[in-house]
Design a protein around this ligand. Sequence first.
Ligand SMILES: Nc1ncnc2c1ncn2[C@@H]1O[C@H](COP(=O)(O)OP(=O)(O)OP(=O)(O)O)[C@@H](O)[C@H]1O
Ligand SMILES: [Mg+2]
Length: 275
Amino acid sequence: MAVQGHEDVWPRPKACRVISVANQKGGVGKTTTTVNIAAALAMHGQRVLVVDLDPQGNASTALGMERDSQTRSIYHCLVEDEEIRKLAQPVPDIPNLWCAPATIDLAGAEIELVSLVAREARLKRAFAAYDTTDLDYILIDCPPSLGLLTVNAMVACDEVMIPIQCEYYALEGLGQLLRNVELVKSHLNTGLSISTILLTMYDGRTRLSQQVAEEVRSHFGDLVLKTLVPRSVRVSEAPSYAQSVMTYDPTSTGAVAYLEAAREMAHRAEGISAG
Ligand SMILES: Nc1ncnc2c1ncn2[C@@H]1O[C@H](COP(=O)(O)OP(=O)(O)OP(=O)(O)O)[C@@H](O)[C@H]1O
Ligand SMILES: [Mg+2]
């Protein structure tokens, strides 16, 4: 079962941690983070479900999900009350990791949801009907918007994880994301909090990357993981082989960073469940 070189088992959370990976800015590393943190956790004894809530379906692709016109996806769960258990598929080559895939139908869900009862709580309802005692983590990959899909993720989760790309416009739009989290918290999900910020695509050679990292740390303090994810070609190549970088090239700088970031998250579980 254990993947070579990664035999140590990390502490399991007392109850399943449901984490939305969100940032309405596009291309900041949400999907890469979701997929690789999930893979790293699964490789260290955690039982993990990735929910692909983005019509682009990038997380499903990166996790090797086979999809055709017959595939039941998270769309059917949101719009037709299909059970998650029936559509989650095991991820090839990574024991303990499952994915509830997205198909292109999901592109219409943002509009179809509008007319449904409790439209903001469809995913939460699906999770409630799902026995999560067999899981340690659910990671939800959000689309780059603050529409109903992302709201569904925020209503269904306990924690929000925000990947921030170390580039010039990194903090732009973040205020809007934080306000949305507050809105959902005050009206729809009082248990919600931002638990984790991860700096991605860090380039230590540039002053700009260092400045952004410093600025994010001074603003968000301990929410920011110590581990920075560097820019790494191997990270960007992995999805085209339908793999996470954790399996594609486990010794690459990107894989090592995601492993360390996942380790930090796993060891923070105690503090979070206590608070
Ligand atoms: N650490 C990294 N090093 C190099 N390339 C990276 C790294 N992280 C992500 N990328 C690449 O950057 C691009 C955007 O990443 P990703 O798809 O994870 O972002 P996203 O926030 O999910 O995007 P979207 O908003 O479109 O869903 C992808 O091509 C990905 O392979
Ligand atoms: Mg994405």
